[in-house]
Unconditional design. Structure first.
Length: 256
């Protein structure tokens, strides 16, 4: 039987009715719980991330260089022209089902094997679109927080103060970028009155920026804690860091 693509509207209904949404934070999918929907998001790892991963493996194997070289050989074969490693999320769909996920959202027709598989044209786009549809439903008012440091502390302070009177949710710990922000929107309770969201970027990616986070979250007010030299390797200059953080301010003064 030919596999059929599911529309964003039908996917949205399925996701919201499930009560929870899960995305792959790690390759082991240890955070999948019974009844969850698993979005098979592909992940891109920069050269900076690859180096950090290699050093972690180096330490894990007690500073034995051979396992690192074997892993790097595999990594280099899958590394794109821009120097980033692409990990195909579809490869972990079956594992998520084995760990009691109710459905998996995939964009590779070859992995579809039953009604539990929800086939879309592009998982990344579908995930972002469904999160945007969910945000339109939410009556909560949002506060955005960005800056080179102090974001989590500031978020916790604001959330603590608001929670004394209102139903308030914030981004979990310091999970302040894609796809964590989108997951938080999808899982937000409809009774929540205020959302306090951290927003962060670590490299120059036009698709994942403070502006794109603002367009999803739609904050009514915001805080820029400070502008410093954090993530200079990815952002390349202090001027670009300043420009990135300023996107929150630019959004707030132009919002209707």
């Amino acid at each position: 039987m030919k596999s059929e693509y599911i529309s964003n509207e039908k996917l949205f209904d399925t996701v919201i009715n499930s009560g929870r949404t899960i995305i792959p934070y790690d390759l082991e999918n240890d955070n999948v719980r019974s009844g969850d929907i698993f979005f098979s998001l592909s992940r891109k790892m920069s050269l900076h991330g690859i180096r950090g991963f290699a050093f972690m493996v180096y330490r894990f194997f007690e500073f034995n260089l051979m396992p690192v070289l074997r892993i790097l050989k595999i990594v280099l074969k899958k590394t794109g022209k821009n120097g980033s490693l692409i990990v195909d999320g579809n490869a972990y769909a079956i594992d998520a089902l084995n760990k009691s996920a109710s459905n998996v959202v995939v964009d590779n027709v070859k992995v579809v094997n039953g009604p539990e598989f929800l086939l879309v044209e592009n998982v990344q786009k579908a995930f972002k679109d469904v999160a945007a549809l969910r945000r339109e439903q939410l009556p909560a008012r949002f506060i955005g927080i960005t800056g080179s440091c102090g974001k989590t502390t500031t978020k916790e302070m604001i959330q603590s103060i608001l929670s004394a009177k209102y139903v308030c949710e914030g981004t979990i710990e310091s999970h302040n970028c894609y796809p964590s922000i989108h997951k938080q929107i999808l899982n937000m309770n409809s009774k929540t009155q205020f959302g306090v969201f951290e927003m962060a970027v670590s490299n120059l990616d036009e698709e994942i920026s403070i502006r794109s986070y603002c367009e999803l979250v739609k904050p009514e007010s915001g805080v820029i804690t400070c502008i410093g030299k954090t993530h200079l390797e990815g952002m390349r200059s202090i001027d670009r860091i300043e420009k990135s953080k300023k996107e929150l301010f630019d959004y707030l003064i132009t919002r209707e």
